[in-house]
Ligand binder design. Structure first.
Ligand SMILES: [Mg+2]
Length: 176
């Protein structure tokens, strides 16, 4: 029997992208806010249009996606789940076309056990088909036909329509 298919988002599920951005905003932008404040809201809610643009350019710049820290325990948990599930990574990389190579190399660095055939660079995630999708963006879970799990993030704290998972330990308990 084939394994159930588990699809994982990259940014803010495997890679701590928001944390990297929050560190940049806290250290380089003069917002007057504490570092903790960025753990509770989306950037667009607190940054001016000008600062949002500045942040956007930082994300677009070469190198941004190369050194994003791993979300704690993501590698170990995905490796464990790969025994029971067919794992795919699906990332809306088309939003930042410069990121392709960096995102791919990042996955090779931390998730070398996921073959290239199971990495999907996409735009609209409604194209995905699987049994489970773990993503931090409610819009991606909305169109998914399987079971969606919302990975807790600063920009989705208000969302109540999907089952929330706080970390990889909890995912392992749920799906392992
Ligand atoms: Mg994401």
């Amino acid at each position: 029997m084939s394994k159930p298919r588990l699809i994982l988002d990259q940014d803010d599920v495997l890679a701590a992208t928001h944390d990297k951005l929050a560190d940049i905003v806290f250290n380089e932008f003069e917002t007057g806010l504490s570092r903790e404040a960025f753990n509770k809201v989306a950037f667009h809610q607190i940054l001016s249009t000008e600062l949002s643009q500045r942040l956007y350019h930082i994300i677009q710049a070469p190198g941004f996606f190369s050194d994003i820290p791993l979300i704690p325990n993501a590698r170990e948990a995905v490796l464990e789940l790969s025994k029971k599930y067919e794992i795919f990574v699906a990332t809306a990389a088309l939003e930042f076309p410069n990121s392709f190579r960096e995102k791919y190399d990042w996955l090779r660095q931390y998730f070398d056990f996921i073959p290239w055939t199971h990495i999907v660079f996409c735009g609209d995630k409604s194209v995905l088909s699987g049994d489970y999708l773990i993503d931090d963006m409610p819009r991606n879970l909305k169109t998914f036909k399987g079971k969606g799990l919302l990975f807790n993030a600063a920009h989705n704290l208000e969302e109540t329509a999907y089952q929330r998972v706080m970390n990889w330990e909890e995912i392992l308990q749920l799906l392992g």
